[in-house]
Ligand binder design. Sequence first.
Ligand code: FES
Length: 109
Amino acid sequence: MGVTVTFVEEDGTERTFEDVSTGQSLMEVGRTNGVAGILADCGGACACATCHVYVDEAWMEKVGAPDSIEEEMLDLVSEFHKPNSRLSCQIPLTDELDGLKVEVAPTGY
Ligand code: FES
């Protein structure tokens, strides 16, 4: 049984995906399904910040905080960096995250 995740694209469009396999990253779900703004240029290596999302407040505790490397990448997009910023390639999907909702951050270019 997979999990359900929702991305809110920059124009407000909600994209919900059901029965998504765990064990992949949130970024992979977005990229595979063509979610606008999830470019994932580095392929998930925490080296580009083009998979930046804002985690819905209700989910922040379960998703957790970024590590120091991720935090440094987020600083590179500092004008869009918020307290609930995460790089979606660094969020592995688990059963615990069933129902997760994130907003896609502006890419800035
Ligand atoms: S895909 Fe490049 S940092 Fe996430």
